[in-house]
Design a protein around this ligand. Structure first.
Ligand SMILES: Nc1ncnc2c1ncn2[C@@H]1O[C@H](COP(=O)(O)OP(=O)(O)OP(=O)(O)O)[C@@H](O)[C@H]1O
Length: 819
């Protein structure tokens, strides 16, 4: 029986191999076609402009290179096949396949027999044969949708879905799902064979590496609905851990580009919470045939020239992320002209007279200038004009001219003379310097200044409306000391933030934290920058050079795109601050300030926002929801929910759900699709914690082939690196908040009560150091949500190692994880 089955499998593999061979033959024809075109182009004397010819040469050359590389570099280039019944009508779509999604009446005969009328192969790119019949359909094409959408309940025309595993030119295996088991279908006169137990389970059981794989061959129906949702307005996707939100977001980016390349020439931005998650996911798009138009950025790398390198203590992050900072920064931007040395007197010579403005006059002029609403840096011309007005008044020349024309002429001469004086220009540079966001942020290291800006709301003025910096600093502090009502930040918060920005140094060039970056972006807007000239759209557009080669939708490989496009993609990302589509991953964790920063990059964009409120580590969900609402504006929303957990085996999911029930009672967890029979392991660190962690990590390493994540409380992450040193790169130490979005074959979760008892905050990551007590605080809802994230990272095995505060029972189960 087994031998028979094997031979059926082998026969099917041979058949798929024959098809793949045919595809490669066609590709080789395309190589020749490309070579011919290249040859032809070079022979032609003058057709079109020289520029057009050069472009054409380049295109043809690239086409040849792509085709050559295709053989070796496109792993599982062909991965799927569907066998379909005859459709309700005989109309074909642009990809050469029949359009009907429902079978024709009579396609299944009364005795349950039916013939397969159409077979489609699905791959990463589309290939047509010489007669425009599809050899391979691009996975994003409408004709490929049934491959993902068909279910036994709603099979449409699909009788059998097959996943093909191949490498380069070789077919390695096939796995089938029968979607209409009740009918007897025949293909070319033979009964349709069904091989294997389905591809999804095979994919889920594979060992994990440090980079995410695409799921193109096993996208599930509810995920496909999101990936192919129309790009209008805002697509919101919620789902528990492991439901494929990140995977879906990445596939959606590739799908949108395929659908409307021209529209998305404006760029797609994918915002990820941490650099770890960026490096984990960034290989997926090239494997899907896309890269150049998509920028994947961590929140700490979203602002040009401001790369976050450190992380704030959690209590500080909480303040910096809060929407209260908007007003503080508004005041800081307008008050920043008073930071440092400010000239107290302006002296010029005009019409052979010395004219002077003293400190009081200068202060009043500054107040007048700042009464405008423009960003501070853009007010410099206004400041210049007001100074000249005051000097003109003071020099008394106006009184000598009764004739308005003569007066105007004299004034013009006056302005020209004064403006040309070094004393005047030097003064203006010092009195109204161009402010940089970094410098203004750094100026908040002065507690007096910060407490003034953080003081009770008093209009929008900031220091520009009152006296000198030092005097105002004192006033602010007194005011703050007198009354806390209406204060934006408490004195303790002021101290903590001021201390944290000292890291930037006086010039502001020191290391930035993740949360500083959103503050810089806010200041960038408040201060204003002189716009750089924009490149011409044509220069930016990547176009699709291969569109001209008939019969191939698109032929590029990851390696192709990497080399020539990388520089270009980087340049595009650098230049771009406004995208055509913005995808936000782990959206539940953006702080209000980060929502503002991200919102600015998608003012004219459509959006896809994916997240899970149950995994939010931000302590004030309402404040974040409000900021998210503002960033997304009044655009209509379309909501989707993902309900199946593809990552965790049921045994692990069940344990994690106990924590979810504590963190968010009543929330329905996603359903785990597989079970391994391996229950989580519980252990207690009775001696030295480091030794126990290392021993558990070693044990996990011996149990799985792939990666092991060791999740520790944030304040332990530096120590954890030492505990695990020398165990090799299959083991990754992680602070609890760093684990977000990642997954490992095995995880060791250390000290759950400490993880749940840490002060909550937004997206934190490696580096820096929180200063917490050894004994964990009370588990907060946000802390429990962080623990829930930690417990849902494993694809195969989970170990929970109890430490101080965990109160394990006789079976070593810590109190937070008991029923
Ligand atoms: N249809 C699928 N076929 C195969 N694997 C899948 C499928 N959907 C999801 N997966 C796998 O499940 C795992 C979880 O996916 P992903 O990281 O996208 O989930 P998530 O919802 O973003 O999780 P979290 O909220 O925990 O970050 C990944 O390994 C992904 O490849």
């Amino acid at each position: 029986m087994a031998a028979q089955h094997d031979s059926a499998r082998e026969r099917e593999i041979r058949r798929e191999q024959a098809h793949l061979d045919g595809v490669y033959r066609r590709l080789e024809e395309k190589i020749h076609e490309a070579e011919f075109l290249m040859d032809d182009a070079s022979k032609r004397a003058q057709v079109g402009t020289p520029g057009a010819l050069a472009e054409r040469d380049a295109q043809v050359f690239r086409a040849g290179v792509h085709l050559n590389r295709l053989n070796s570099e496109f792993e599982d280039f062909l991965f799927g096949r569907i066998d379909l019944l005859r459709g309700a009508d005989a109309e074909r779509g642009p990809d050469g396949a029949y359009i009907s999604s429902e079978p024709a009446e009579g396609a299944v005969r009364e005795d349950g027999a039916a013939d397969i009328a159409e077979t489609l192969h699905i791959g990463r790119i589309g290939v047509l044969d010489a007669g425009y019949t599809p050899l391979v359909i691009d996975w994003r094409a409408p004709a490929a949708a049934p491959f993902y959408r068909a279910t036994p309940v709603a099979p449409g025309r699909v009788v059998r879905r097959r996943v093909i595993r191949s490498k380069g030119r070789r077919v390695l295996g096939v796995e089938d799902d029968l979607l209409r088991p009740q009918i007897t279908a025949r293909l070319d006169g033979e009964e349709l064979p069904v091989i294997g137990d389905g591809a999804l389970m095979a994919a889920l059981g594979q060992a994990r590496s440090h980079t995410m794989r695409d799921i193109v061959s096993s996208i599930q129906a509810e995920q496909d609905l999101v990936i192919r949702a129309p790009a209008a307005s805002v697509t919101e996707v919620e789902g528990g851990p492991g439901t494929g939100k990140t995977a879906v977001a990445l596939h959606r980016a590739a799908y949108l580009l395929y659908q409307d390349r021209r529209r998305y020439a404006g760029g797609i931005l994918i915002v990820s919470p941490t650099p770890l998650l960026v490096s984990y996911t960034e290989g997926v798009l090239p494997s899907l045939g896309e890269e150049g138009q998509v920028a994947i950025r961590a929140l700490g790398s979203l602002v040009e020239g401001a790369e976050a390198g450190t992380y704030d203590e959690q209590s500080v992050a909480r303040v910096k992320g809060s929407a209260r900072m908007v007003k503080v920064l508004h005041r800081a931007a307008r008050g920043a002209l008073d930071a440092g040395e400010v000239p107290q007197r302006l002296r010029v010579v005009a019409f052979r007279n010395r004219v002077e403005l003293d400190a009081g006059e200068l202060r009043r002029i500054r107040q007048q200038v700042l009464s405008g609403t423009a960003p501070v840096n853009l007010m410099r011309p206004r400041a210049r004009k007001f100074l000249l007005d005051a000097l003109w008044e003071k020099c008394g020349a106006r009184r000598h001219h009764t004739d308005p024309d003569l007066a105007a002429e004299a004034r013009e001469g006056f302005d020209e003379d004064v403006s040309a004086e070094d004393d005047f220009t030097d003064f203006l540079d010092a009195w109204w310097p161009e402010l940089t966001p970094r410098r203004v942020l750094a100026s908040l290291a002065d507690e007096d200044r910060l407490s003034l800006f953080a003081g009770a709301a008093s209009g929008s003025g900031g220091t520009g409306r009152s006296g000198g910096a030092a005097g105002r600093g004192r006033t602010g502090r007194n005011r703050a000391g007198r009354s806390r009502r209406g204060q934006l930040l408490t004195p303790a918060e002021v101290r903590a933030v001021a201390r944290s920005v000292r890291r930037l140094g006086a010039d502001g060039e020191g290391p930035l934290s993740v949360h500083d970056v959103a503050l810089l972006d806010e200041l960038r807007v408040q201060l204003g920058t002189v716009a750089k000239p924009r490149r011409r759209e044509a220069e930016l557009s990547l176009g699709d050079p291969l569109e001209q080669l008939t019969g191939l939708d698109e032929l590029t490989t990851a390696a192709d795109r990497e080399a020539p496009r990388r520089g270009r993609a980087e340049r595009l990302a650098e230049e771009r601050t406004d995208y055509a589509h913005v995808i936000v991953d782990e959206a539940q964790d953006l702080t209000p300030m980060q929502w503002r920063m991200v919102g600015r990059r998608g003012r004219h964009a459509t959006w896809t926002v994916v997240g899970d409120p149950a995994q939010s580590s931000w302590p004030d969900p309402e404040e974040a929801a409000e900021a998210r609402g503002e960033a997304l504006g009044s655009r209509p929303r379309r909501r989707f929910e993902l309900t199946v957990n593809y990552r965790n085996p049921a045994e692990i999911a069940e344990l994690a759900d106990r924590v979810l029930a504590r963190a968010m009672p009543g929330v329905v967890p996603p359903k785990a699709v597989r079970s391994t029979g391996l229950r989580p392991r519980f252990a207690v660190a009775s001696g030295e914690l480091g030794a126990a962690v290392r021993a558990e990590a070693e044990r996990a390493l011996s149990e799985v082939d792939g990666t092991v994540g060791v999740v520790v409380p944030m304040r332990r992450r530096e120590e954890a690196r030492e505990w695990l040193s020398g165990l090799g790169d299959r083991v990754v130490p992680l602070g609890s908040l760093e684990a977000k979005g990642l997954e490992y074959d095995a995880t060791v979760v250390v000290a759950p009560a400490q993880i749940a008892g840490e002060p909550p905050t937004g997206n934190e990551s490696a580096g820096g150091g929180a200063s917490l007590d050894d004994v964990p605080g009370e588990a907060s809802p946000a802390g429990l949500r962080v623990l829930y994230v930690a417990l849902t990272r494993a694809t195969q095995r989970l170990t929970v190692l109890s430490a101080e505060g965990d109160l394990p029972d006789t079976a070593d189960v810590p109190h937070l994880l008991r029923d």
